[in-house]
Design a protein around this ligand. Structure first.
Ligand code: SUG
Length: 418
């Protein structure tokens, strides 16, 4: 362990092809907003504004790159190209879904692993076609960002065991750099919507990361939560430090899970929101749990919440009660990530947490406000103001998206090949 280890939030930069194609069954925001006009420039600037406000809180900030889209390689592997592909395949190839960095990988900090390295396993995202082709570029960029010998980057777990990365993984620890408890949350198939995280994928990741079985928990997500639109656990639960903030109906066998957690981490603080106060439907509508739960330096724990949580009566009433109470969460910061939210991606979806010494990370992936200005300039210049569904079939739009992406790679001095 190094004294310089801190939590770094790596946010996905929202790419120029951000659109509402309704591709994710079980993600109610995405399916309800299918066909709407998207605003990629505003979307990316909202993400950048969120990063700026987190930097202002004293948090460490990094980025993950947007992926080159349309993904011609993926279409070629299906013996297709954009011009001849069906509308459905075009939309799958064009999606900017890599913005949701919480789905990029599962991360185990060095203090949890047998070899003392920070392990990252790239998520295979096999359940949704538009997300299943993210992993090659994610693997490439994680190998670049985390090339230092303090890290080990693993390729995805093989199909058919679906893995959606950190969205279904929580880590609790008295301090970020100390030994932690890792909690893997999986789903069981059988409900109206797909269960995206397979327990075998979670178990394989725990083994390859060299986690101590005594300090690793596997917890089933409640089928009611998935059926209500919690397609990832991070829609109904979030953890930081010693605090677990969760909906009463987030987990299938809640009592057993809480008992294990209290045994392994006696100082744990479970902040549970009762269904009688906030229904699963309101939890999903408001994304109150898809907050970043953070501990700013020297401060009390804070929630970085989407505007939608402030606008939802029951969710906000309960949040105000939590903030006024005696519990560990004392501050709330509201951010506007409306464009991402309309596809089911809140503040927590947009970031991947890595506990590491920033000196180990390729500096091109670490941000300060000046570097964010440079990115914002490229976005303002090259990202389209709108994307309509019929634009996805327009060659001119593909070319402009590719140009914007290349200009960003140039600005960031990343030598990626389109
Ligand atoms: O995988 N939406 C993403 C949202 C991911 C949110 N991530 C976390 N909860 N961590 C998904 O469902 C919608 C794309 C579209 O329909 O165009 C989409 O992929």
């Amino acid at each position: 362990m190094s004294r310089g280890e801190v939590e770094i939030n790596f946010d996905g930069i929202i790419g120029p092809t951000h659109n509402y194609a309704g591709l994710s069954l079980g993600n109610l925001a995405a399916t309800n907003n299918a066909g709407d006009v998207s605003h990629p420039r505003a979307a990316a600037l909202q993400g950048i504004a969120k990063m700026r406000s987190n930097i202002a809180l004293g948090l460490h900030q990094g980025i993950l790159l947007p992926h080159p889209r349309p993904n011609h390689d993926w279409l070629a592997s299906l013996s297709k190209d954009m011009a001849s592909a069906s509308r459905a395949l075009q939309a799958n190839a064009f999606s900017a879904s890599a913005m949701w960095a919480a789905n990029a990988a599962t991360v185990s900090p060095a203090s949890d692993t047998a070899d003392g390295k920070c392990h990252l396993t790239v998520a295979n995202l096999v359940t949704m076609p538009h997300r299943s082709h993210e992993w090659p570029f994610t693997l490439w960029q994680l190998e670049l960002a985390f090339a230092d010998s303090h890290f080990r980057v693993h390729p995805p777990v093989p199909p058919p065991f679906g893995d959606e990365g950190a969205a279904n993984h929580m880590r609790m620890a008295a301090d970020h750099a100390g030994p932690g408890i890792e909690i893997f949350v999986y789903g069981e198939t059988g409900g109206p919507f797909p269960a995206r995280q397979h327990v075998e994928a979670s178990r394989a990741i725990a083994r390859r990361h060299g986690l101590d079985p005594e300090r690793t928990l596997f917890v089933q997500q409640s089928p009611e939560a998935i059926a209500a639109g919690a397609f990832h656990n991070d829609v109904v639960a979030v953890a930081d430090g010693l605090t677990l903030f969760a909906h009463e109906q987030a987990f299938a066998a809640k009592e057993g899970f809480y008992t294990d957690l209290r045994r392994l981490l006696p100082e744990v603080r479970i902040v549970e929101v009762p269904a009688a106060a906030v229904s699963l439907a309101d939890a999903v509508r408001s994304y109150m749990f898809n907050a970043q739960l953070v501990t700013p330096p020297g401060g009390a724990q804070a929630l970085i919440l989407p505007r939608e949580a402030r606008e939802n009566g029951p969710a906000w009433a309960w949040l105000e009660q939590i903030l006024r109470g005696n519990g560990p969460i004392r501050q709330a910061h509201i951010v506007d990530v409306r464009e991402s939210m309309a596809n089911g991606g809140g503040p927590a979806c947009l970031r991947l947490r890595v506990v590491a010494d920033p000196a180990w990370v390729d500096p091109r992936f670490l941000m300060d406000s000046h570097k964010l200005d440079l990115i914002a300039n490229v976005v303002t210049r090259y990202w389209p103001e709108t994307v309509r569904q019929h634009d996805i079939g327009d060659e001119k739009i593909w070319e402009n998206s590719e140009l914007g992406w290349l200009m960003l790679m140039k600005e960031l001095q990343v030598n990626a090949i389109l």
